[in-house]
Design a protein around this ligand. Sequence first.
Ligand code: ZN
Length: 430
Amino acid sequence: MRKSLIFFLKIGILVAAAVWLAQRPGRVTIEWLDHVAEMPVGIAAILVLLAAWIAATLGRAWRILRNGPGALGRRRHASRREGGFRALAQGWVAATAGDADIATRSAKAAEKLLREPSLTLPLSARAAELRGDESAAAGYYKVMLDKPATELAARRVLLTQAQDRGDRAAALEHARRALELRPKADWPAKALADLEAGGGNWLEADATLAKAQKVKALPKADAGHRRAALLIEEARQAHASGRPDSALQAAQAAFDMDPGRVPAASLLARLLAKAGKHAKATKVLEQAWRLSPHPDLARAWGDSAADQNPLSLVKRYEALLALKPGQADAHFALAEAAIAAKLWGVARSHLEKVREQAPTTRVYRRLADVARVEKGEGPETQAFQNQALSAAADPRWRCSSCGTSHSDWHAVCDECGSVDTITWPKLGRA
Ligand SMILES: [Zn+2]
């Protein structure tokens, strides 16, 4: 709009000038050396305008010639980069979708157009993996290791690969270096601690997690939970190798970090009882029981008593039941104590309570035991025995990673090597 207005304005000025000149006729004479040129004023004006236009056009052409190659190069460079980034983005989309062909083609195009290995190497490596070319992928990762911008990414992939093929030494090297590069990232600390724990180096693993917790690479609760698992194993190891003080110290630390952790509380209570600190052992078990009642805690409750007289133990289990009235594991433990004290009626009434809440194998076995003593091998005993066979299995420790059942808790699953994955099933428990 504005441009056309200016154009019409220019035409108007030209027409006005032409009219003005036509109304004032005259001639222009130019004398130069021996030449004389004579023409009407109008023609002379047109010639002057023409000369001005030619001069302006020549000036513009000169400017384009002078700046042209650079500007052209810049434009070409920008369009190459744009194409390179487009190829890079398409390559990652294809790699995510598992399309090896497009990922490979895009990686090659991006490499050629961008010429920035730190941007394209990860895609080239991933594309090589997708098409199953492991040696090419390894080559790319090797180059990535030498570049500061890509080293951490390469370490992470190579760490996982080393773990998958069971190469502990290589995995440890990648995890240590990754932790050096990024002390505040959570995965290198977790991976290193898991590798150290897998090798039975509980204290090293604990120190790694403590450092990670300090720099806030891991949330306090998360680190505390994992560290408690490692310290329980450290305490067991110390106890088995005749270092009672170290064992007690590690078990106490594990319990302080995670008081609801059953293996920590039961181990600490047993170690305290062994050291003659029965009252303290009872306090530990009471605290843990309130947080998470469990058959292992119930057993430790009896084992850590100073007075092992069967009738005293029945009294002690009555106190445990009073902490959380109605709790099935307390009823069961009390029934077992009553059986040991030959209080058959008491045992049966508590077993009936367990049967209402959690009718699993163990309760029918004990009911059969009581019936056998009271009525011999009659039909009632036989019926309980049959029910024990057909009842739901008692809950056991189970690895959440591989699903294997374990009779005892361990920090590392001996079936799949996962760390801190053995848990007590929530279902089927009162
Ligand atoms: Zn497992």
